[in-house]
Design a protein around this ligand. Structure first.
Ligand code: DGL
Length: 271
């Protein structure tokens, strides 16, 4: 039975969900967070739907066993498929794609760009969901074959910024200069970790990080259900990964997560 002090679960294929954990630490600082990053199987965006579902089930079981009071699917790629598992979970499950579509449907813009993994792009989950919530908007979706992996490898590393900038431009130049989008949804949770690069390359282009809306939605749910953690101090952040503990510890610090209570190893599900 979930209580006020139960953690909120956050899952991603890798460190992309750190962008969601950051918003949670900023907007709901007293909540305890439990993070799972499947670093050993990342990137998910290049896997098949069946493989993504198998890996997701593994993470969902981990979260259920630890009694999370809500689960944030901090991976757009997984969010496109998460409806298949919603009924199996005892806690509410929030999709970052739903949050992104909610955010953009409230904005006074017409032509919406979405950058995401190729898998997310191929499902058309953003155009479909935005189309349902705000049929007046035009959505231009673009899949970035390698950007999530490059962010994972280079975030916070001065020597890697040139590689990141070049890949961002290869993926976004046409959206900005030819399609002339009014705003861009960062439809992969890795991308907000390089939001400053995107802002520098395309000054004035409004960027939508779905995590802002996700934090608002979960705050409302906790309030309505008497589940707000009212502990006086900051909440904990325990990170589990099937990847490298050292790398996760280092990257968590680089992106500004604070506190990081623990970083632990978890056995990988071999496909
Ligand atoms: N961070 C993930 C997302 O939001 C995916 C990255 C990957 O391809 O593993 O889609």
């Amino acid at each position: 039975m979930a209580t006020k002090t139960s953690p909120i679960g956050i899952i991603d294929s890798g460190i992309g969900g750190f962008s969601v954990a950051l918003k949670m630490q900023q907007q709901l600082p007293h909540e305890n967070l439990l993070y799972f990053g499947d670093g050993g199987n990342m990137p998910y965006g290049n896997h098949s739907a069946e493989e993504i579902l198998t890996m997701t089930r593994y993470m969902l079981r981990f979260m259920e066993e630890r009694g999370v009071k809500a689960l944030l699917v901090a991976c757009n790629t997984i969010s496109c498929l998460i409806d298949r598992y919603r009924g199996d979970m005892t806690c509410p499950v929030l999709s970052v794609v739903e949050a992104g579509a909610d955010a953009v449907s409230q904005m006074a813009v017409h032509k919406v760009g979405v950058i995401s993994t190729c898998f997310t792009h191929s499902t058309r989950c953003y155009p479909d969901l935005i189309g349902k919530k705000a049929p007046d908007k035009e959505v231009v979706s673009h899949g970035c074959p390698d950007l999530a992996r490059l962010v994972e490898a280079n975030v916070g590393d001065p020597a890697g910024q040139g590689i990141l900038d070049a890949d961002i431009q290869a993926n976004m130049d046409a959206l900005v200069n030819q399609e002339k989008i009014d705003c861009c949804v960062l439809g992969c949770t890795h991308y907000p970790l390089v939001e400053k690069n995107i802002q520098r390359l395309y000054p004035g282009l409004p960027l939508i990080d779905p995590a802002d809306q996700m934090a608002k939605t979960i705050a409302g749910y906790l309030q309505e259900n008497g589940l707000v953690n009212d502990q006086p101090g900051k909440g904990t952040l325990d990170i589990y990964t099937t990847g490298s503990v050292e790398e996760y510890r280092e990257k968590a610090a680089k992106v500004g997560l604070n506190p990081v209570t623990s970083v632990q190893d978890y056995p990988i599900l071999k496909l």
